[in-house]
Design a protein around this ligand. Structure first.
Ligand code: URA
Length: 287
């Protein structure tokens, strides 16, 4: 092959790779030890493909145990929240039921991975049934949760408990956890670095639980799982896919305390969840 044909082909390949990177389909790997082919790899074979999409079945179990790698956040993905956020190869390999919640809690230990450890009293890992088919994910512990080491036990938590009971369930039937496990001082939003350090534990909890439905309470939970910076109001009440799990974002109970009129929307959302779980959908209104 002529030198100029080689250069053109290499330029085309670079352009094609940049195009896939712009779409958020990164990173790219060359298989270690694979023999150098005289043919450039086709993009389809060199791209780390999303391992499943909305229609695809869950990933097969894997015995690989990669290091904790925070999900990749790339601006292109943030603009395309409804395209399946492609799991990284590590996430895909991580998707296994074999870890118990206790093992994950053990691994978290007396965590010092971010600065929230300097101001927390208790780590709030999560609470509920390891067999739960329904998981609620909030943002992070508040003062009451920090004092007790349990999620959603303050005012917003009492409202969440009422919502769960209105669905015909009890708190111990479900699992409740947060994006960050330590209280952000003054109840501020967790910072991106804090979410990055802590969210791999949330993902592992979800993979251990393998729930039928995940309800994201508020923007932080929804944005963390979908790796999007879009407003929750665009997606509230819609079924979305989180790595093969059915996920539905709704308003945070703390928001409902400030805006009681929004309870009707949340109740509609929870009725969708009840239908999905095969629970009797009552026609009653949320109080
Ligand atoms: N708000 C949250 O997001 N999580 C809690 O655990 C309590 C309040």
């Amino acid at each position: 092959m002529s030198e100029s044909a080689d250069i053109t082909r290499s330029q085309k390949l670079k352009q094609r790779l940049r195009f896939y990177e712009d779409l958020g389909l990164a990173p790219f790997y060359r298989e270690r030890g694979s023999s150098r082919s005289s043919q450039p790899p086709s993009p389809a074979s060199s791209v780390a493909k999303p391992s499943h999409s909305i229609e695809e079945p869950p990933l097969p179990k894997s015995s690989l145990k990669p290091p904790d790698v925070p999900p990749l956040v790339c601006p292109a993905k943030a603009l395309l929240p409804l395209t399946p956020a492609p799991p990284s190869l590590f996430e895909a390999a991580n998707r296994s039921h074999s870890e118990t919640l206790l093992q994950i809690r053990d691994d978290l230990g007396e965590c010092t991975r971010c600065k929230l450890h300097t101001t927390r009293n208790k780590i709030v890992f999560g609470d509920g049934s390891p067999q739960a088919k329904l998981v609620f994910v909030g943002e992070g512990p508040g003062a009451d949760e920090d004092a007790q080491g349990l999620p959603f036990v303050g005012r917003a938590g009492k409202l969440l408990t009422q919502m769960i009971e209105a669905m015909g369930l009890a708190r111990p039937d479900v699992y409740i956890c947060n994006v960050v496990k330590c209280r952000p001082p003054g109840n501020r939003q967790p910072e991106p670095g804090e979410v990055e350090a802590c969210s791999p534990f949330l993902f592992r909890q979800l993979d251990s639980l393998q729930p039928k439905v995940i309800v994201c309470l508020g923007a932080t939970a929804f944005q963390t799982l979908l790796q999007s910076n879009r407003s929750i109001s665009h997606f509230r009440g819609q079924w979305l896919d989180f790595r093969g799990y059915k996920m539905l974002p709704t308003y945070h109970p703390a928001y409902l305390l400030r805006n009681p009129a929004a309870k009707a929307d949340v109740w509609k959302d929870l009725q969708k969840v009840m239908a999905e779980l095969g629970l009797e959908v009552k026609k009653t209104k949320a109080k």
